[in-house]
Design a protein around this ligand. Structure first.
Ligand code: GTP
Ligand code: MG
Length: 414
């Protein structure tokens, strides 16, 4: 297990959503999600980073002394370091120095289970490492997969670079195939007009817990960050028997590394293509406002801000005073406050989902010929039958149908 020193540098000239103290807390959670033993934490401030070391020489020497004193073997910066900064710091301190993006990539690598998830993480890692390749090959050693761990000179370096670029192109191609495959599945869903709902939200907000509660599935849930990486879709029925498909995907975080958004395109398509978003917020977290903003920024990058969205205030069971839920309802302009864990107020949520989809469905009264049992089958499969009666000449059916399907029955309306 790594013995780590966590370092958060508050840069006064840079605007940031979270305060350095909250960032440090989040960094700790990220580190704990990789099984790291946090030996010490430092928060310090600077007007702006220095180009060579990020911090001043004096501070780096101070860190070196602390590292030696406490037997620390990794320094984790909350800030993004350039390749040069990272290398220079490592040279002085003498131990592995990683930045926040690398830490997040490490968590992703640990949690990716499906071949698609692994490909996406590998792509993000390669794109992160490519500009950081140096003659010393020091960064290559972390890539694994046996690519040159020493870099004896420029020629070898060029070969490594080319290999990585080729691998990136190959992975992108393979991921494109996945995107196409998913498109086909979604097209089928669209044809059968089952509406799709995607869970979005900050990591650890409780998306998978809500998925499990609504669809009786057993998606892995944990207090660690980025537990879910591979998307999962499950259908469930609303109280009017309407079927919908719910998708659980990767969580978001403040300053989500851009490489990750790019690499996780295939996974995030579930969000982009959905008919409705459920934005899950952990209201027991004091930085819920900031989390909500961070999610909003990522939804903007994904170009989905025009989609219908329901804000779901989650973990109300953890609120010290349950009346705070009312305040949050006003703050976030929503009526839905739930506990996914204790399955509290889920009916309110499903009713609201129903309401959002109302115009997607039509009530019909039909007279079908007796020999059209295939149509009766279709109605049972896709809709909600309210009454059915077999007369000597006809089948009389009242049902709610997806509007697209209902339009196919215009000849049989009674
Ligand atoms: N008390 C309480 N805890 C909850 C509730 N919902 C989720 N949790 C807990 O919050 C933690 C994170 O839940 P997940 O469902 O894994 O969260 P997620 O949004 O899927 O997180 P990622 O997949 O990591 O992005 C777990 O420890 C859950 O048990 C809730 O309503 N009340
Ligand atoms: Mg999850």
């Amino acid at each position: 297990m790594e013995r780590a020193l966590l370092l958060t540098v508050g840069i006064k000239s840079q605007e940031n959503l979270l305060s350095p103290k909250d960032e440090a807390k989040e960094l700790r959670e990220l580190a704990l999600s990789t099984n790291t033993h946090v030996v010490d934490e430092i928060i310090c401030f600077r007007e702006s980073p220095t180009p060579n070391l990020y911090l001043g020489k004096g501070k780096i020497e101070e860190i070196k002394a602390l590292v030696q004193e406490k037997g620390i073997n990794a320094v984790v910066f909350n800030n993004d370091l350039s390749g040069i900064q990272q290398r220079n710091i490592e040279e002085i301190i003498g131990i592995k120095t990683i930045d926040r993006t690398q830490l997040i990539l490490d968590i992703f690598a640990r949690h990716a289970k499906s071949p698609e998830g692994r490909m996406q993480v590998e792509l993000a890692q390669l794109e992160y490492f490519l500009p950081r390749l140096t003659g010393k090959g020091i960064f290559l050693s972390r890539l694994g997969g046996g690519i040159g761990t020493r870099g004896p000179g420029e020629q070898k370096l060029e070969i490594d670079r080319r290999r990585i670029k080729d691998k990136i192109i190959k992975l992108k191609g393979e991921l494109q195939d996945t995107i196409e495959r998913r498109k086909t599945v979604r097209k089928k869903r669209k044809e059968s007009s089952i509406p799709t709902v995607a869970l979005v939200g900050y990591t650890s907000a409780g998306k998978s817990t809500l998925m499990n509660a609504l669809t009786e599935s057993s998606q892995h849930v944990s207090q660690h960050l980025f537990t879910t990486l591979d998307p999962l879709s499950r259908s469930f029925s609303l109280s009017n028997n309407q079927k919908v498909v719910l998708s659980d995907t990767v969580g978001f975080i403040n300053n989500l590394p851009p490489h990750l958004i790019e690499a996780f395109k295939a996974t995030l398509e579930e969000v982009v293509e959905s008919d409705l978003l459920l934005h899950v917020l952990d209201v027991s977290d004091l930085t819920v406002q900031e989390h909500s903003k961070a999610v909003g920024e990522i939804l903007e990058v994904l170009g989905v801000t025009e989609k219908p969205i329901i804000t779901v205030l989650n973990k109300i069971d953890k609120l010290e005073d349950v009346r705070w839920a009312e305040k949050y309802k006003v703050d976030f302009n929503t009526d839905i406050a739930i506990s996914a864990l204790h399955r509290q107020n889920l009916i309110d949520l499903t009713r609201l989902i129903e309401k959002k989809f109302e115009n997607l469905f039509t009530e019909v009264s039909l007279l079908l010929p007796l020999n059209r049992m295939d149509l009766v089958d279709l109605i049972y499969r896709e809709g909600n039958v309210r009454s059915i009666e077999y007369t000597p000449n006809n089948i009389v059916i009242s049902a709610t149908l997806p509007s697209i399907i209902a339009s196919k029955f215009s000849n049989y309306r009674s």
